[in-house]
Design a binder for this molecule. Structure first.
Ligand SMILES: [Zn+2]
Length: 284
């Protein structure tokens, strides 16, 4: 009797182990299958984008309206055109109560490419769509009524991966060649800043560790000067470090010679951050 029970327990244990082994094999096979299906779907999604050559009308707009492009060498111009086309193939631009024209596409894509032109292969992974509003809007995205002081914004929450721009403001920045502002570029600089996970004025993704402290110190010095009314930098830059970074980036790309002359230290550090020297050498 005792033997018989012992035998049965052993038998049960053997059966149990066999079942567990089979289960384990099934689980492993399933996991491998899920992994393979995942990889297949991912590679299907990551099909290389077909980027069309730039239309002649776009090239003409670049040549006539985009100062940054005009100053590039023929080789770099070609690269700029390619990256404009790549951006337009990746990000949807939707007009809200307005029509998106060629001019808007070229201006938006240029604003996107200019700050990251020295970073080959850069993709705005945190952006899927741009909503173009005819004019300014308020923080509830309303286009009517008072308090419509917002000209552009990078969305949060439900609007994550969305950027909203004012069409009027977008065009104004390119038509007016002597201003220090460019709202679309400002918003793209916020996205560059956001690549490390936080919009805080410190673009850690592109800024080497050793420059972070000098950058913070310089930001605080320049913000203090704005607050004391001793600066020609847009006072909006004194809101916080994130706005300061975006505002001075506009100044850096729109009026580089003036920035270099008035704020040489700031020009130098922004050159380090963006790996660009947009100021033409001063005539001697
Ligand atoms: Zn901003």
């Amino acid at each position: 009797m005792i033997f018989s029970i012992k035998y049965n327990v052993k038998q049960l244990r053997i059966t149990f182990n066999a079942v567990m082994d089979t289960l384990l094999i099934v689980i492993v096979v399933l996991a491998v299958l899920v992994l393979i299906i995942g990889l297949v779907l991912k590679s299907a999604k990551k099909k290389p984008l077909i980027v069309q050559p730039i239309p002649e009308s776009f090239r003409q707009l670049l040549a006539e309206q985009v100062v940054f492009y005009k100053q590039l060498s023929p080789d770099k111009k070609q690269e700029f055109e390619k990256r404009v086309q790549l951006f337009l193939a990746q990000v949807r631009i939707t007009g809200v109560k307005t029509t998106v024209e060629d001019m808007d596409k070229v201006f938006i894509a240029s604003s996107a490419v200019i700050p990251i032109f020295s970073f080959p292969g850069w993709e705005y992974v945190n952006l899927h769509e741009i909503l173009l509003y005819p004019d300014s809007f308020n923080h509830d995205f309303e286009q009517k009524g008072n308090d419509r002081n917002v000209l552009g914004m990078v969305g949060n929450g439900a609007y994550n991966h969305v950027m909203i721009l004012s069409q009027h403001e977008l065009r104004q920045a390119f038509i007016n060649k002597t201003g220090k502002s460019n709202t679309a570029l400002h918003e793209f600089v916020h996205l560059v800043d956001k690549t490390d996970g936080s919009v805080d004025g410190i673009p850690e993704f592109i800024l080497q560790q050793q420059y972070i402290l000098p950058w913070l110190q310089l930001m605080h010095k320049e913000i203090k000067e704005i607050l004391e009314d001793k600066s020609d930098i847009n006072p909006y830059g004194a809101t916080n470090e994130a706005e300061f970074f975006a505002v001075v980036a506009e100044y850096f790309f729109e009026r580089p010679e003036l920035l270099q002359q008035k704020h040489p230290e700031l020009y130098q550090l922004l050159s380090t951050i963006f790996k660009q020297q947009p100021a033409k050498p001063a005539a001697s």
